[in-house]
Ligand binder design. Sequence first.
Ligand code: SF4
Length: 75
Amino acid sequence: MTVPLTATLVRMRGTDEAPPRCVALEGEIGGAVHCAIYEQRPGPCRDFAPYAPLGIGDDACDRARCRYGLPPLAL
Ligand code: SF4
């Protein structure tokens, strides 16, 4: 599921394509999606939108949604 970048660094396959789509993302964007490896997701994924569980939005998330024609996430 990964592409090696260096001896100690990898990237999730699909995240460097245009448009990006992580190989672990299952479902249809705009419908219902989920991470197939959520419990084992890598560190950058764990750091993304860290305040969402507190109901605080995230600009990067809104930008990603905008690329797919989706409105900002209403938390
Ligand atoms: S959270 Fe899961 S689907 Fe999203 S980028 Fe990370 S590994 Fe891929």
